[in-house]
Design a protein around this ligand. Structure first.
Ligand code: GUN
Ligand code: ZN
Length: 483
């Protein structure tokens, strides 16, 4: 495939990398704004000046447009749109199911997309609605997979093809679709038919679907989340290993008078202030924006800037190793997102396998932090500690001069557990910032002590925890001596 993807840094399942299509390169995670040639609220040239390196448009609009079809065939998409970056064209499977007045076959759309010079071509997949029966979902997935095979036959093995991953709400089908796409050699895999989940705030289902697809998709493939454009959920999606988003939201919301923020959207009509530092919001008051004849364009511009800024922030978070902190912050914006976040935390064992070794910090942000990958990984390493037969785990500072009667003295850092003083400065013990200890944190730390006990059946472990925590320790570790 002439699409190649290089991963540079990782955090959780998230990656920052480089997507190369032909000779064009963009940094990922990236946002591909959706461009509708009939009513561009922001022109592709303006987008370029805003730092956009790739955009997406709908091949179906060009295919059926009296105005744009011939120019696109004659001069190519890049010239018609005035954009020399990466242009991905969607086959318009979604639109076909809505306005299906013009029949388009898989072959038609593939050849058309190639003729207009698309950089990334999408076959005619079937976006199966998440509430579809298993039988129907299987049937439609089979058709999608067959069309992917057909696409490589028609366009050849080097063609810049995307392989949409379908499979409805069935995790095993999503996984299978991902695996098959990888086996067919696809390096670019959009996860499809998730728009209905996002529109109805079904973030738990979204997490299950994406995590299942990711299980099957080779980790080296670039993963696009089709139709995800609200910046509030980007961090969550990136943490699952999604690399690209396409946003029509910036324009759709603008048309509805909605102002995007990274923690939700607001009605411009209800704002008395513009809580944003972008050029639009610095040059206009809320009243001026409402009264402006350019209101929709101004809103679209603000919305797109906010969306692009969030993507930059996520790339920086990956580089710093603080993506969990960002996910935590964003997902507290809406209770349904918090549910999605908690669902993601139920995949910690899987996520841990790819998470990076060292990070800049670990900020404890509540119970959810106890289920982070770093805690699990730390506790899985405890069996490697070399300890004597009489072990003390102390919740206090290490007394100067050691503790007589014990061969080994370990300190305690919740939610991780016991640690030898030599690990005091290393990740995660040294980089972890805690508020005052709470019950959940200490209960989780006791699991670390449990790992120590299980790994050293010949040792006796005593815990010096003070009266404040003794009841919890006694409950969690009934066999230990408490001092
Ligand atoms: N846009 C949003 N969802 C989808 C999908 O499942 N397939 C395609 N081709 N485009 C989409
Ligand atoms: Zn703004």
């Amino acid at each position: 495939m002439s699409i190649s993807f290089e991963i540079l840094e990782e955090d959780i399942f998230g990656r920052s990398g480089r997507l190369k299509v032909g000779e064009k390169i963009i940094k990922t995670p990236a946002l591909l704004p959706v461009v509708n040639p009939h009513l561009p609220l922001i022109t592709p040239a303006e987008m370029k000046s805003m730092g956009v390196g790739a955009l997406i448009t709908n091949a179906y609009i060009f295919y059926r447009s009296a105005e744009f079809r011939e120019p696109a065939l004659l001069r190519g998409l890049h010239e018609v749109l005035g954009f020399d970056g990466i242009i991905m064209t969607d086959s318009g499977s979604f639109q076909l199911s809505v306005y299906g007045d013009v029949e388009v076959s898989n072959r038609d759309t593939l050849l058309f997309q190639r003729s207009i010079g698309s950089d990334i071509i999408v076959p005619l997949d079937i976006p199966t609605h998440p509430d579809t029966s298993r039988e129907q979902t299987e049937k439609e997935m089979e058709i999608t997979m067959e069309r992917l095979r057909e696409a490589t036959d028609i366009l050849g093995p080097g063609a810049p093809l995307a392989a949409p991953i379908q499979g409805g709400s069935f995790p095993d089908l999503r996984e299978q679709a991902g695996r098959m796409a990888g086996e067919m050699g696809f390096t670019f895999t959009p996860i499809g038919a998730v728009v209905p989940l996002m529109e109805s705030y079904r973030y738990e289902d979204l997490v299950r679907v994406v995590m299942a697809a990711k299980k099957g998709i080779p980790s080296s493939a670039c993963v696009h989340l089709f139709g995800a454009g609200h910046p509030v959920m980007f961090a969550l999606a990136v943490a699952m290993g999604c690399d690209l988003f396409d946003s029509a939201a910036y324009a759709l919301y603008a048309k509805e008078g909605r102002y995007l923020t990274t923690h939700g959207s607001k009605k411009l009509a209800e704002l008395s202030e513009l809580p944003c530092s972008c050029e639009v919001c610095r040059c206009h008051s809320a009243d001026e924006m409402r009264a402006s004849p350019e209101k929709i364009r101004l809103l679209a511009r603000h919305n797109l800037i906010v969306t692009l800024t969030e993507i930059s922030r996520i790339r920086q978070a990956i580089s710093d190793g603080v993506l969990w902190e960002l996910v935590d912050e964003r997902c507290r914006s809406h209770p349904r997102l918090l549910r999605g976040y908690r669902t993601l935390l139920s995949y910690t064992e899987e996520l841990e396998t790819r998470d990076r070794v060292s990070k800049r910090r670990f900020f404890y942000r509540g119970d959810e932090s106890c289920r982070r990958t770093e805690v699990l990984r730390y506790q899985q390493s405890i069996h490697r500690f070399l300890v004597g037969t009489r072990v003390l785990v102390t919740f206090d500072r290490l007394p100067p001069g050691g503790v007589p009667d014990y061969d080994t003295v370990l300190l305690f850092r919740p939610p991780f557990g016991p640690y030898p003083v030599e690990l005091k400065e290393t990740f995660p013990i040294g980089q972890c910032e805690l508020p005052e200890w709470d019950e959940e944190m200490v209960v989780t730390g006791c699991k670390g002590i449990r790992a120590l006990i299980d790994a050293n059946p010949g040792s006796t472990v005593t815990v010096r925890c003070g009266s404040e925590w003794s009841a919890i320790v006694a409950m969690e570790l009934p066999e230990v001596t408490i001092e």
